[in-house]
Design a binder for this molecule. Sequence first.
Ligand code: OGA
Ligand code: MN
Length: 289
Amino acid sequence: MPLNQLSSYKKLFLSCLKTKLRTQIRYISRSRTVLSSLETALEQNKTALANAATHFEFHGLWPSVEQQHFLKDLRLHTNFITTEEEEKLLEEIEPYMKRLHYEYDHWDDAIHGFRETERKKWYPHNRTVLDRVRQLAFDGEIMPYVHILDLAAEGVIKPHVDSTRYCGNTIAGISLLSDCVMRLVRVDERKYQQGKAIAGPAENAGKNENQQTQNMPTEPDDVYRNRPVTTLENNFYVDVLLRRRSLYIMSHSSRYNFTHEILANEKSHFQGQHIQKDRRISIICRNDP
Ligand code: OGA
Ligand code: MN
Protein backbone atom coordinates (compact mmCIF):
# COMPACT_ATOMS: atom_id res chain seq x y z
CA MET A 1 0.00 0.00 0.00
CA PRO A 2 1.40 3.41 -0.91
CA LEU A 3 2.58 5.43 1.99
CA ASN A 4 0.30 8.42 1.37
CA GLN A 5 -2.78 6.14 1.26
CA LEU A 6 -1.72 4.55 4.52
CA SER A 7 -1.37 7.93 6.14
CA SER A 8 -4.81 9.07 4.94
CA TYR A 9 -6.33 5.83 6.34
CA LYS A 10 -4.57 6.54 9.57
CA LYS A 11 -6.00 10.07 9.62
CA LEU A 12 -9.48 8.75 8.89
CA PHE A 13 -9.16 6.11 11.59
CA LEU A 14 -7.97 8.66 14.12
CA SER A 15 -10.72 11.11 13.30
CA CYS A 16 -13.34 8.32 13.67
CA LEU A 17 -11.82 7.42 17.01
CA LYS A 18 -11.94 11.04 18.13
CA THR A 19 -15.61 11.39 17.16
CA LYS A 20 -16.45 8.19 18.95
CA LEU A 21 -14.53 9.31 22.00
CA ARG A 22 -16.27 12.67 21.97
CA THR A 23 -19.69 10.96 21.76
CA GLN A 24 -18.76 8.71 24.64
CA ILE A 25 -17.56 11.61 26.76
CA ARG A 26 -20.80 13.48 26.01
CA TYR A 27 -22.78 10.36 26.92
CA ILE A 28 -20.88 9.91 30.19
CA SER A 29 -21.30 13.54 31.19
CA ARG A 30 -25.02 13.42 30.36
CA SER A 31 -25.40 10.25 32.46
CA ARG A 32 -23.56 12.00 35.28
CA THR A 33 -26.03 14.91 35.15
CA VAL A 34 -29.00 12.50 35.15
CA LEU A 35 -27.45 10.55 38.02
CA SER A 36 -26.82 13.65 40.08
CA SER A 37 -30.37 14.94 39.56
CA LEU A 38 -31.68 11.46 40.45
CA GLU A 39 -29.56 11.52 43.57
CA THR A 40 -30.95 14.94 44.49
CA ALA A 41 -34.53 13.72 43.91
CA LEU A 42 -33.84 10.60 45.96
CA GLU A 43 -32.38 12.68 48.78
CA GLN A 44 -35.38 15.03 48.69
CA ASN A 45 -37.79 12.09 48.80
CA LYS A 46 -35.91 10.62 51.74
CA THR A 47 -36.22 13.89 53.68
CA ALA A 48 -39.89 14.19 52.73
CA LEU A 49 -40.53 10.65 54.02
CA ALA A 50 -38.64 11.33 57.24
CA ASN A 51 -40.73 14.50 57.66
CA ALA A 52 -43.93 12.50 57.12
CA ALA A 53 -43.04 10.28 60.08
CA THR A 54 -42.83 13.24 62.43
CA HIS A 55 -45.32 15.69 60.90
CA PHE A 56 -48.27 13.49 59.82
CA GLU A 57 -50.86 12.24 62.28
CA PHE A 58 -53.05 9.61 60.61
CA HIS A 59 -56.60 9.01 61.87
CA GLY A 60 -59.11 6.27 61.02
CA LEU A 61 -58.52 3.09 59.08
CA TRP A 62 -56.30 3.83 56.12
CA PRO A 63 -56.19 1.11 53.44
CA SER A 64 -52.45 0.53 53.03
CA VAL A 65 -52.47 1.26 49.27
CA GLU A 66 -54.14 4.60 49.97
CA GLN A 67 -51.54 5.44 52.55
CA GLN A 68 -48.69 4.54 50.21
CA HIS A 69 -50.12 6.81 47.50
CA PHE A 70 -50.67 9.55 50.00
CA LEU A 71 -47.09 9.44 51.27
CA LYS A 72 -45.86 9.73 47.71
CA ASP A 73 -48.30 12.51 46.83
CA LEU A 74 -48.03 14.79 49.84
CA ARG A 75 -44.44 15.82 50.33
CA LEU A 76 -43.31 18.05 53.13
CA HIS A 77 -40.01 19.92 53.31
CA THR A 78 -39.45 21.48 56.70
CA ASN A 79 -37.06 24.44 56.78
CA PHE A 80 -37.46 24.86 53.03
CA ILE A 81 -36.50 28.51 53.40
CA THR A 82 -34.15 30.19 55.88
CA THR A 83 -35.20 32.96 58.27
CA GLU A 84 -33.40 35.44 55.99
CA GLU A 85 -35.34 34.22 52.96
CA GLU A 86 -38.58 34.45 54.93
CA GLU A 87 -37.74 38.05 55.87
CA LYS A 88 -36.95 38.98 52.27
CA LEU A 89 -40.21 37.47 51.02
CA LEU A 90 -42.17 39.36 53.68
CA GLU A 91 -40.35 42.57 52.81
CA GLU A 92 -41.68 42.26 49.28
CA ILE A 93 -45.21 41.14 50.19
CA GLU A 94 -46.03 43.30 53.20
CA PRO A 95 -46.12 46.83 51.68
CA TYR A 96 -48.84 45.74 49.26
CA MET A 97 -50.67 43.36 51.60
CA LYS A 98 -51.04 45.78 54.49
CA ARG A 99 -53.12 48.12 52.32
CA LEU A 100 -55.81 45.44 51.94
CA HIS A 101 -58.52 44.63 54.49
CA TYR A 102 -59.10 41.20 55.95
CA GLU A 103 -62.39 39.78 54.67
CA TYR A 104 -64.83 38.46 57.24
CA ASP A 105 -68.08 39.26 55.44
CA HIS A 106 -69.31 35.94 54.10
CA TRP A 107 -69.23 33.09 56.58
CA ASP A 108 -70.26 30.88 53.65
CA ASP A 109 -66.96 31.41 51.85
CA ALA A 110 -64.31 28.71 51.90
CA ILE A 111 -61.91 31.12 53.58
CA HIS A 112 -62.69 33.41 56.47
CA GLY A 113 -60.48 36.21 57.83
CA PHE A 114 -58.09 36.62 54.93
CA ARG A 115 -56.67 38.95 52.34
CA GLU A 116 -55.01 37.81 49.17
CA THR A 117 -53.19 38.86 46.04
CA GLU A 118 -51.39 37.44 43.04
CA ARG A 119 -47.88 38.35 42.04
CA LYS A 120 -46.04 37.85 38.79
CA LYS A 121 -42.86 39.89 39.13
CA TRP A 122 -40.53 39.24 42.04
CA TYR A 123 -37.22 40.66 43.19
CA PRO A 124 -34.45 38.41 41.89
CA HIS A 125 -33.50 37.05 45.35
CA ASN A 126 -37.12 35.98 45.96
CA ARG A 127 -37.45 34.62 42.44
CA THR A 128 -34.60 32.26 43.34
CA VAL A 129 -36.75 30.77 46.11
CA LEU A 130 -39.70 30.34 43.74
CA ASP A 131 -37.43 28.71 41.21
CA ARG A 132 -36.55 26.13 43.82
CA VAL A 133 -40.26 25.40 44.24
CA ARG A 134 -40.60 25.20 40.47
CA GLN A 135 -37.82 22.62 40.20
CA LEU A 136 -38.93 20.54 43.16
CA ALA A 137 -42.69 20.53 42.63
CA PHE A 138 -43.28 21.17 38.94
CA ASP A 139 -40.28 19.81 37.05
CA GLY A 140 -39.44 23.33 35.91
CA GLU A 141 -42.96 24.40 34.89
CA ILE A 142 -45.20 26.70 36.88
CA MET A 143 -48.12 29.08 36.54
CA PRO A 144 -46.79 32.60 36.00
CA TYR A 145 -48.87 34.03 38.84
CA VAL A 146 -48.15 33.12 42.39
CA HIS A 147 -51.00 33.31 44.89
CA ILE A 148 -50.34 34.95 48.25
CA LEU A 149 -52.82 34.35 51.04
CA ASP A 150 -52.66 36.21 54.33
CA LEU A 151 -54.75 34.46 56.98
CA ALA A 152 -55.47 36.44 60.16
CA ALA A 153 -54.73 34.79 63.51
CA GLU A 154 -58.47 34.11 63.89
CA GLY A 155 -58.91 33.17 60.20
CA VAL A 156 -59.71 29.67 58.85
CA ILE A 157 -59.59 27.83 55.56
CA LYS A 158 -62.55 25.44 55.50
CA PRO A 159 -62.42 22.00 53.86
CA HIS A 160 -62.33 22.24 50.07
CA VAL A 161 -60.80 20.81 46.91
CA ASP A 162 -59.23 23.36 44.55
CA SER A 163 -61.32 23.63 41.40
CA THR A 164 -60.08 21.40 38.57
CA ARG A 165 -61.06 24.16 36.18
CA TYR A 166 -58.31 26.49 37.37
CA CYS A 167 -55.73 24.28 38.95
CA GLY A 168 -53.76 21.32 37.64
CA ASN A 169 -52.49 18.26 39.49
CA THR A 170 -50.12 20.01 41.90
CA ILE A 171 -50.35 22.70 44.58
CA ALA A 172 -47.22 23.78 46.45
CA GLY A 173 -47.27 26.15 49.42
CA ILE A 174 -44.67 27.84 51.59
CA SER A 175 -45.82 28.89 55.07
CA LEU A 176 -44.56 32.16 56.53
CA LEU A 177 -44.92 33.70 60.01
CA SER A 178 -46.72 30.87 61.83
CA ASP A 179 -47.06 27.12 62.32
CA CYS A 180 -50.49 25.62 61.66
CA VAL A 181 -52.28 22.31 61.15
CA MET A 182 -53.60 21.29 57.75
CA ARG A 183 -56.21 18.54 57.77
CA LEU A 184 -56.88 16.35 54.72
CA VAL A 185 -60.06 14.27 54.69
CA ARG A 186 -60.87 11.57 52.13
CA VAL A 187 -63.72 12.41 49.72
CA ASP A 188 -65.64 10.20 47.32
CA GLU A 189 -63.03 8.74 45.00
CA ARG A 190 -64.96 9.54 41.82
CA LYS A 191 -65.53 13.11 42.70
CA TYR A 192 -62.57 15.17 41.60
CA GLN A 193 -60.47 13.17 39.25
CA GLN A 194 -57.88 14.86 37.17
CA GLY A 195 -59.47 17.19 34.66
CA LYS A 196 -63.08 16.23 35.34
CA ALA A 197 -65.28 17.29 38.20
CA ILE A 198 -68.38 15.28 39.02
CA ALA A 199 -71.47 15.99 36.89
CA GLY A 200 -74.13 17.94 38.78
CA PRO A 201 -77.80 16.82 38.99
CA ALA A 202 -78.76 18.70 35.79
CA GLU A 203 -75.98 17.06 33.84
CA ASN A 204 -77.05 13.70 35.23
CA ALA A 205 -80.64 14.07 34.03
CA GLY A 206 -81.66 11.28 31.68
CA LYS A 207 -78.86 8.95 32.69
CA ASN A 208 -79.68 5.65 34.33
CA GLU A 209 -78.71 4.97 37.90
CA ASN A 210 -75.38 3.36 37.01
CA GLN A 211 -74.34 6.26 34.85
CA GLN A 212 -75.16 8.79 37.51
CA THR A 213 -72.45 9.82 39.86
CA GLN A 214 -73.50 9.69 43.44
CA ASN A 215 -75.23 12.91 44.45
CA MET A 216 -73.55 13.87 47.66
CA PRO A 217 -74.70 16.92 49.56
CA THR A 218 -72.35 19.80 48.88
CA GLU A 219 -71.56 23.07 50.56
CA PRO A 220 -71.70 26.21 48.42
CA ASP A 221 -68.70 26.31 46.10
CA ASP A 222 -66.80 29.38 45.04
CA VAL A 223 -65.16 29.66 41.64
CA TYR A 224 -61.82 28.39 42.84
CA ARG A 225 -62.84 25.97 45.55
CA ASN A 226 -65.29 23.05 45.61
CA ARG A 227 -66.66 22.14 48.98
CA PRO A 228 -67.82 18.56 49.24
CA VAL A 229 -69.22 17.53 52.60
CA THR A 230 -67.06 14.91 54.24
CA THR A 231 -67.34 13.22 57.58
CA LEU A 232 -64.66 12.27 60.06
CA GLU A 233 -66.64 9.24 61.27
CA ASN A 234 -66.19 6.07 59.21
CA ASN A 235 -63.60 7.89 57.19
CA PHE A 236 -59.86 8.32 57.24
CA TYR A 237 -57.93 11.55 57.37
CA VAL A 238 -54.60 13.04 58.32
CA ASP A 239 -53.44 16.11 60.23
CA VAL A 240 -50.25 17.64 58.91
CA LEU A 241 -48.11 19.92 61.02
CA LEU A 242 -47.12 22.77 58.71
CA ARG A 243 -44.20 24.49 60.33
CA ARG A 244 -43.32 28.08 59.58
CA ARG A 245 -40.87 28.14 56.60
CA SER A 246 -41.86 24.68 55.39
CA LEU A 247 -43.02 23.75 51.88
CA TYR A 248 -45.76 21.24 51.17
CA ILE A 249 -46.32 19.74 47.74
CA MET A 250 -49.81 18.34 47.33
CA SER A 251 -50.35 16.40 44.14
CA HIS A 252 -52.45 13.67 42.47
CA SER A 253 -54.30 11.58 45.08
CA SER A 254 -53.72 14.07 47.92
CA ARG A 255 -54.91 16.92 45.71
CA TYR A 256 -57.99 15.27 44.14
CA ASN A 257 -59.18 12.69 46.66
CA PHE A 258 -58.93 14.71 49.85
CA THR A 259 -60.29 18.03 51.02
CA HIS A 260 -57.72 20.29 52.66
CA GLU A 261 -58.30 22.90 55.34
CA ILE A 262 -56.33 24.98 57.84
CA LEU A 263 -57.70 24.42 61.32
CA ALA A 264 -58.86 27.42 63.37
CA ASN A 265 -56.56 28.26 66.25
CA GLU A 266 -58.90 26.76 68.88
CA LYS A 267 -58.95 23.42 66.99
CA SER A 268 -55.29 23.50 66.09
CA HIS A 269 -53.88 20.38 67.76
CA PHE A 270 -51.17 17.97 66.70
CA GLN A 271 -50.32 14.81 68.62
CA GLY A 272 -52.10 16.18 71.68
CA GLN A 273 -50.34 19.53 71.62
CA HIS A 274 -51.92 22.86 70.86
CA ILE A 275 -50.29 24.48 67.84
CA GLN A 276 -50.69 28.22 68.18
CA LYS A 277 -51.82 29.63 64.84
CA ASP A 278 -51.01 33.31 64.49
CA ARG A 279 -51.21 35.43 61.39
CA ARG A 280 -49.95 33.19 58.59
CA ILE A 281 -49.01 34.04 55.02
CA SER A 282 -48.83 31.30 52.43
CA ILE A 283 -47.20 31.54 49.04
CA ILE A 284 -49.00 29.09 46.81
CA CYS A 285 -47.90 27.89 43.38
CA ARG A 286 -50.18 25.86 41.12
CA ASN A 287 -49.82 24.41 37.66
CA ASP A 288 -52.36 24.74 34.85
CA PRO A 289 -55.09 22.11 34.49
C1 OGA B 1 -56.26 27.76 49.03
C2 OGA B 1 -55.56 26.95 50.06
C3 OGA B 1 -53.67 26.64 51.51
C4 OGA B 1 -52.61 27.40 52.20
O1 OGA B 1 -55.98 28.96 48.93
O2 OGA B 1 -57.06 27.19 48.27
O3 OGA B 1 -55.95 25.84 50.25
O4 OGA B 1 -51.55 26.80 52.45
N1 OGA B 1 -54.50 27.45 50.71
O5 OGA B 1 -52.82 28.56 52.52
MN1 MN C 1 -56.89 25.04 48.42
